[in-house]
Ligand binder design. Structure first.
Ligand code: ADP
Length: 181
């Protein structure tokens, strides 16, 4: 029987327990899940592509039917290259729907065979996003309930480096550094 492969694309900047919840659910239904970090050159990220991939790999170590990859360009082209038609996305709240619906619809226009499958995380993760993690870290909040320990450590380290970077520049430049976040 043909293996059911699915692709879960995202920024994962950084990976959170919400993403891991979706990965766990999808990996129980599909034979193989490819978690793929989207390369978005115009967007400023807290972590580089390599760092995001490494953090995901560490978080998913031991999960036999899950692999981590990255891609640039159109999702539909990547999905075709991986010889599948299934894309996984997470739906936290109704507020995600508008955006996700638009993306799913445009992907289907470009590639009619594509199916976007949505998973709901457990309730406690419906408020969680990578940007919430970055904001909590900025104010030195506790990250233990939001991300795995190695991610919490990396986020806290990045925050410290950013503070040092901010101290070394003048106020106008400081605002620019902050705006990049
Ligand atoms: P974020 O919105 O956190 O920056 P990504 O671009 O990495 O996320 O998101 C990839 C996918 O994972 C999207 O479909 C997004 O809705 C979903 N997702 C992100 N966080 C969660 C969460 N806490 N629960 C469920 N799905 C989530």
């Amino acid at each position: 029987m043909k293996k059911k492969i699915a692709v879960y694309p995202g920024s994962f900047d950084p990976v959170t327990f919400g993403h891991l919840d979706i990965i766990d659910r999808a990996s129980k239904i599909f034979d193989h899940l490819i978690v793929s970090v989207f390369v978005h050159s115009e967007k400023r990220h807290m972590f580089t592509l390599e760092e995001r991939v490494a953090m995901l790999k560490k978080a998913l170590k031991g999960k036999k039917n899950v692999s981590v990859d990255c891609f640039e360009g159109l999702l539909v082209d990547y999905v075709k290259k991986k010889k599948t038609t299934v894309v996984i996305r997470g739906l936290r709240a109704i507020s995600d729907l508008d955006y996700e619906f638009q993306i799913a619809a445009i992907n289907r226009t470009l590639y009619p065979e594509i199916e976007t499958v949505f998973f709901m995380p457990r309730q406690r993760y419906t408020y969680l996003s990578s940007s919430v993690v970055r904001d909590v870290a900025h104010f030195k909040g506790d990250l233990t309930k939001l991300v795995p320990p190695h991610v919490a450590k990396a986020v806290a380290e990045r925050g410290k480096n950013e503070k040092a970077e901010l101290r070394s520049v003048r106020p106008a430049a400081r605002r620019a550094v902050r705006a990049r976040r």
